[in-house]
Ligand binder design. Structure first.
Ligand code: ATP
Length: 236
């Protein structure tokens, strides 16, 4: 099966600091690929470059087409959405207003249908649709950030540390929603420091260390790797 996203030899630098040094990875259609790694490994930088928010060198192909010269907005139009680590919500706007912003490229006519789909996936957001985003819990904010990205009807959803700052039960909830999304045909690139949670839902896994992908395999293979177990899974 040909890859939905294929990245070859990606380099991203902040001035002289090379945060991503020749990373290669791919996401197959209808699967979850995860990139695990410690704080500062370059995971957020990788996603920002794939979204077109940072300049990069190397090849990025989406459905076989070269993305190198496309802007972030064009990438959204092609079907790529990013849920950033900071979640970037508009606190003084309601849940439904935040969601509607995610569909701005698709035109107003599609909004009710998209909202219905997001509310089906996250019934909690429906209950809270008239509430200001600033009043939501951490888990609800993560759901809203994901819901907003889904309003653009992406083929590839990139998630930057969705588990960050959330209690284990909520992390489980969020990741089970990610699995359900895969069943609806959305492919996922999941970046996580929480390796244990990420490896549980992913099909393919990459370990990133100091800007490089140092291990690649199925999620089961990576979880069974002794070094991964020692460094990222607490020796379990
Ligand atoms: P985290 O889990 O903390 O987000 P990460 O794996 O996503 O970590 P990055 O945030 O991509 O890592 O950072 C990779 C490297 O790039 C780090 O050494 C970091 O200090 C550096 N870096 C990140 N952002 C900038 C920036 N805006 N300017 C300069 N250096 C940066």
């Amino acid at each position: 099966m040909s890859a939905l996203l294929k990245v070859d030899g990606l380099h991203v630098a902040y001035g002289r600091v090379e945060a991503v040094q020749g990373a290669s990875l791919s996401v197959a259609p209808g699967t979850i690929a995860t990139v695990i790694g410690a704080n500062g490994a370059g995971k957020t930088t990788l996603l920002a470059a794939l979204m077109g928010l940072l300049p990069s060198k190397g090849a990025i192909a989406f459905e076989g087409a070269d993305l190198t010269r496309t802007t972030a907005e064009e990438r959204v139009g092609l079907g790529i959405s990013l849920v950033p680590e900071q979640r970037d919500l508009f606190s003084a706007m309601t849940v439904s207003e935040n969601l509607e912003l995610g569909a701005f490229r698709r035109g107003r006519r599609e909004i009710p249908e998209r909202l219905d789909e997001v509310y089906q996936l996250f019934p909690r957001l429906k209950e809270r649709r008239r509430q200001e985003a600033g009043t939501l819990s951490g888990g609800e904010r993560q759901m809203l950030a994901m819901g907003r990205a889904l309003m653009a009807r992406p083929r590839l959803l990139m998630l930057d540390e969705p588990s960050l700052g959330l209690a284990p039960l909520i992390v489980r909830d969020i990741l089970s929603t990610v699995s359900r999304l895969r069943e609806t045909g959305v492919s996922i690139l999941l970046v996580e420091q929480n390796a244990r949670a990420a490896l549980r839902v992913a099909d393919t896994a990459y370990v990133m260390e100091l800007g490089q992908i140092t291990l690649t395999g199925t999620a089961d293979e990576i979880a069974a790797n002794p070094r991964v177990s020692e460094i990222y899974l607490g020796g379990a």
